[in-house]
Design a protein around this ligand. Structure first.
Ligand code: HEM
Length: 430
């Protein structure tokens, strides 16, 4: 197995990744095949492109890997020791306590929130239309707001009074910081008087206070019918644990769903026949469970543009064989759903938007298409998110006809995969 020859302890590799991350992965796969050893500073790292290797890392030997500690140290600053961050037994305990919040019997209450938020936004946006019935908007920004609105209401119910714009601004800062600090070889200490540091400290303090106040109000006040209530019950009132998990669900849950909606709408606007099919389907029923074509559109958008385009780096906790590769303790492994989801060995016309491929039994290996990851650490919000984006998309497609204002957006691989330079669109009232 060969990879690029490292220069300057892999600094050249880091520079190439910075310049064009997705292009770098494609180039590595094309030149070196399914297994690419790399040097990243002091670490030996492996890019894994084959579903059989990915199955080992995420499922059959998942207990031999942790998430790369350096990245977790960055995220721990505001997510605390939450489900998102914890490892080993502590992670098991967290997962057991968070999963009941996503139980099937809880879904109808969340679905009612999705529907309510969707109708609210249709009304708001319709009021902004011009004389021709057109609404000129940055759909990426609108979807970020809708997803945040949903995250806040499903987590904290009606108890939320702060300005959503303020919350959104502070979360954007944290997302920017997460990307910057995770991607750079060293993090400068927060006490240095650098411009980004004050912004980061303000954002962290604002979010911590916000979540703590909401948690304390709920512990002292009446019960609710939301995610927070489940966390309070399963964490048996441990305030720190409740705050950490509430914060991480808030952050994990909304940026990804917003990005998914952006890609769904960009792709539909770019494919008029698929858009028409969706619009006919949503006109025929109010039940997203019956919208098989829309569901295929959602799956296909997630295959082509998975918001979690690369999983967190994994680190081996002991020497381990990964489908024939001898990985040593401490080495890093990278799984890239964006790449495996576009592998021509498993998907016909892999770069084409063809929702129909999801209308029949999958012809690809399970681990080739993993927008929600897989195995014991898979996304806890998987079903929640699918319902969320389907209900929002159905309601908006019923009300508006979306069209791109410019050309199809390029993907921008930051903390999640979003359209570069936003998503300018015109939505015509129907
Ligand atoms: C389209 C929307 C979403 C996508 C594409 C997505 C994707 C992912 C992915 C890829 C991971 C694994 C990351 C890794 O291991 O490197 C993950 C983990 C996670 N997601 Fe999601 N997610 C979405 C929505 C949500 C929502 C709505 C919630 C909660 C309300 C959520 C909560 C979580 C949590 C708590 C984890 C960590 C699980 C653990 O470590 O045990 N996600 N998600």
């Amino acid at each position: 197995m060969t990879g690029p020859s490292p220069a300057l302890l892999g600094l050249d590799t880091l520079i190439k990744i910075r310049r064009d991350q997705l292009g770098f992965y494609a180039d590595m796969h094309a030149r070196f095949g399914d297994t690419v050893p790399l040097r990243l500073g002091p670490y030996r790292s492996w890019l894994l492109f084959h579903p059989d290797q990915i199955e080992v890392v995420l499922a059959s030997k998942a207990d031999k890997f942790i998430r790369f500690e350096r990245m977790m140290t960055v995220l721990r600053q505001w997510n605390g020791e939450s489900l998102f961050i914890a490892e080993g037994q502590s992670w098991h305990n967290r997962r057991r306590k968070v999963l009941p919040a996503f139980a099937r019997k809880k879904m109808p209450a969340y679905e009612a929130v999705f529907q309510h938020v969707a109708e609210d936004w249709v009304k708001r946006l319709s009021e902004q239309s011009d004389n021709n019935g057109d609404v000129d908007l940055d759909a990426d920004d609108i979807f970020a707001q809708i997803a945040l609105d949903i995250a806040l209401r499903t987590l904290f119910g009606g108890g939320f009074s702060e300005s959503m714009d303020q919350v959104s601004e502070h979360i954007k800062v944290l997302s920017k910081v997460a990307f910057r600090e995770c991607a750079s070889p060293l993090t400068l200490p927060d006490y240095l008087p650098l411009p980004g540091k004050r912004e980061k400290k303000n954002a962290m303090a604002f979010m911590r206070d916000l979540v703590r106040d909401l948690v304390e109000d709920r512990i002292d006040g009446p019960a609710g019918d939301d995610l927070l209530q489940v966390l309070i019950e399963t964490h048996a009132g441990d305030k720190q644990e409740i705050c950490d998990d509430a914060m991480s669900l808030l952050i994990a849950g909304h940026e990804t769903s917003g990005a998914a909606l952006s890609w769904i709408f960009a792709l539909l606007a770019d494919h008029p026949a698929a858009l028409e099919k969706c619009q006919n389907e949503v006109a025929g029923t109010n039940d997203v469970g019956e919208m098989s074509y829309l569901s295929a559109v959602v799956d296909e958008a997630l295959r082509l543009y998975p918001p979690g385009y690369t999983l967190f780096l994994r680190q081996a906790v002991e020497d381990v064989d990964v489908a024939g590769i001898a990985v040593k303790k401490g080495e890093l492994l990278q799984v890239i759903p964006y790449m495996t989801g576009r592998d021509a060995r498993f998907f016909d016309d892999p770069n084409q938007f063809r929702p129909e491929r999801f209308l029949t039994k999958p012809a690809w290996p399970f681990f080739a298409n993993i927008p929600f990851s897989a195995g014991p650490r898979a996304c806890t919000g998987h079903q929640f998110a699918l319902k969320e984006v389907s209900i929002i998309a159905a309601e908006l497609l019923r009300a508006f006809h979306p069209r791109l204002s410019g050309s199809f957006p390029a993907p921008d691989p930051k903390f999640s995969l979003r359209p570069q330079d936003g998503l300018p669109m015109i939505w015509k009232n129907r």
